[in-house]
Design a protein around this ligand. Structure first.
Ligand SMILES: C[S@@+](CC[C@H](N)C(=O)[O-])C[C@H]1O[C@@H](n2cnc3c(N)ncnc32)[C@H](O)[C@@H]1O
Length: 479
């Protein structure tokens, strides 16, 4: 791969949007995946990857010769490819649609949802009632200040940094407009994080709480580590809790590392308004999973309950359940005569789920991979009930392993063939599928249709404004 600032520059017309935040263009018979453009624009492109034998090249728009009417001033100067080209630097990744009018961003994302469903699932989204990507409730007019969670790299000098797209280079941050007002108020880019290689910051929407997690550089141990953490804590006194996350591999939400308190608490309280008007408080440990967009927890809960339609007495599984965001309202809907089986893989996040649903005897929390745990848990009911279920609700014993409905919200890779197979085996009549990747959603949708389900309705929410990402929600019914 070649990636240099003195890359060759070619002039071309930008073509249609492709999945992944690129636009397809052609130059002298070769496909170039172009970022930071818009369909129909005449542009000069800095070709950042141009190996002779490659099937396609990649490039960033460096100059616009004929602009689209959908182009606007970029929301974040450090991610603005045009400003970066003028300054002779690379734009930061993470806001690759920041130069596009918000309504036009949503139209592009709608095109991607339709194209992926058609190409990977042979499904016509419009025929299934898809009405285009919807704005998140309460959307800011520029699509900024929505991220309640941020992860940063740190420079040798201790400054928060991020990477340009497909680059290991570290660029110190001067601001980050997608971060929520609560995170921006902390001004973390002005602080010094010497001694640490990664910093994660979470701040619940509308609350005074914030939690900063510090991941030490290799070799920083014992008193030196404690002193470095205290030096950071002093810069945020009273403004944020602080924890030290020591982790060899994996993502923070795996719960595979150890979280040590430095100042304040090691968890946050996230409050979500439920459709019935109530508010539920969820405890989320520093390294545990929680939705990123400030409006996502309430908006997704509403969408899931609408598609899932849980009824009193029903047996429902919440798969890839995180800290129990959907488990709680589903448990309320099925009531004590019903049952919710909540499966989450990451031990730390599953512990959060256990705490968050402890007052609902109808909820069973199982920690493990969905592909295996769904089968073992439901098979046990066919015999004597799960250990936990038996203990908490002896009457479940002797029931078969069938479910009435399933909600699943897998990571970007989707449920995959193994996950779809296990879910289909439960013979659930209704499935609500929440997905953060239209490609894996389309592939899994095709698998569900092969296993006797039909995608009856599909929506998409713009929970990642100014990026190419989009959240898709599908309702499948057994036919
Ligand atoms: C997109 S999150 C959804 C969490 C939750 N539904 C929510 O909205 O807060 C996906 C979750 O799936 C978990 N996960 C990933 N792969 C898994 C697997 N194979 N089995 C069980 N859980 C898994 C992750 O740890 C993460 O908590």
């Amino acid at each position: 791969m070649t990636s240099t600032l003195d890359a060759p520059v070619v002039e071309l017309t930008v073509g249609p949007v492709a999945h992944g935040g690129h636009f397809v263009a052609r130059h002298e018979g070769r496909v170039i995946f172009v970022r930071h453009g818009l369909p129909g624009e005449r542009v000069r492109v800095r070709v950042t990857e141009h190996d002779d034998g490659a099937r396609f090249w990649r490039g960033d728009v460096a100059e616009v010769l004929e602009a689209s009417a959908d182009r606007r001033e970029h929301v974040w100067d450090q991610a603005d490819a045009l400003a970066a080209a003028r300054a002779g630097v690379e734009p930061l990744g993470g806001a690759e649609f920041g130069h596009i009018d918000l309504a036009a961003q949503r139209q592009l994302k709608s095109d991607v949802v339709c194209e992926q469903l058609q190409r990977l699932g042979q499904i016509d989204a419009l025929e299934r009632g898809f009405a285009g990507v919807e704005a998140a409730p309460g959307e800011n007019s520029r699509g900024i200040e929505w991220r309640t969670r941020m992860a940063f790299a740190v420079t040798e000098q201790g400054k928060l940094a991020m990477h340009p797209h497909r680059s290991e280079a570290l660029v110190p941050l001067t601001n980050m407009p997608l971060a929520s007002a609560e995170i921006q108020r902390l001004q973390p880019w002005a602080a010094n994080f010497s001694g640490f290689e990664r910093v994660e910051i979470a701040a619940p929407a509308g609350s005074g709480e914030a939690l900063i997690l510090l991941v030490p550089r290799p070799g920083l141990r014992g008193p030196a580590e404690q002193a470095a953490a205290r030096a950071v804590a002093e810069q945020f006194s009273q403004q944020a809790s602080l924890g030290l996350l020591t982790q060899e591999t994996g993502a923070a939400a795996d719960g595979s590392g150890s979280l040590q308190r430095v100042a304040g608490r090691t968890w946050l309280t996230e409050r979500v308004s439920l459709p019935d008007g109530g508010v539920h408080a969820y405890r989320v440990t520093g390294e545990g999973f929680w939705q990123i967009h400030r409006a996502a927890p309430a908006a997704l809960t509403e969408a899931v309950l609408n598609y899932l339609d849980p009824q009193p007495g029903e047996r429902i599984a919440d798969l890839y359940a995180g800290a129990g965001l959907f488990t709680v309202p589903v448990a309320e809907a099925v009531g004590e005569r019903g049952l919710v089986l909540s499966i989450e893989g990451a031990p730390g996040t599953s512990r959060d789920a256990r705490r968050n649903v402890h007052s609902y005897p109808q909820a069973i929390i199982a920690q493990g991979r969905v592909e295996k745990t769904l089968r073992t848990e439901t098979t046990r009911w066919g015999h004597a009930g799960s250990a936990e279920g038996q203990q908490r609700r002896g009457r479940q014993a002797g029931q078969t392993g069938r479910l009435d409905a399933v909600v699943l919200d897998p990571p970007r890779a989707g449920a995959g063939r193994a996950g779809v197979d296990q879910i289909a085996r439960t013979q659930a009549r209704r499935i609500a599928y929440v997905s953060c990747d239209p490609a894996s959603f389309a592939r899994d949708a095709a698998d569900f249709e092969r296993r006797g389900y039909r995608l009856e309705a599909v929506r998409a929410l713009d929970l990642y404004p100014n990026t190419h990402h989009v959240e898709t929600i599908g309702r499948f019914v057994r036919v």
